[in-house]
Design a protein around this ligand. Structure first.
Ligand SMILES: [Zn+2]
Length: 104
């Protein structure tokens, strides 16, 4: 488990993007450097109840998360966090996840 989720940040104007783009949406710069965001606020939660081709699929909760000064991310939820909850972001096996911040 690693702390935070990888995003990309424009070298020129520091605008954060995810996924990586060819050009910065703000200054049209072409250079990005990897950065990480470690928290966000849940905007919307959806549940994926079925997956085509998967017979042993368990319902999964997916959150659309607004990161501080950064882009929106779609992450898997590891708890019952709902809209408005501040969650910690982390990666497991390369996939982004979130869960409610410990202690509040
Ligand atoms: Zn830029």
């Amino acid at each position: 488990m690693s702390n935070g989720v990888g995003i990309w940040r424009c070298v020129g104007c520091k605008t954060a993007v995810f996924p990586q783009r060819l050009l910065c949406p703000h200054c049209h710069g072409e250079k990005f450097e990897p950065d990480r965001v470690s928290e966000g606020v849940v905007e919307e939660v959806s549940v994926i109840r079925h997956m085509i081709g998967q017979t042993d699929w368990k319902p999964r909760r997916i959150a659309n998360v607004r990161t501080a000064g950064g882009p929106f991310l779609t992450v898997g939820l590891r708890d019952e966090s709902g809209p408005g909850t501040v969650i910690d972001l982390f990666e497991e096996e390369g996939a982004p996840y979130g869960k409610a911040r410990a202690g509040g």
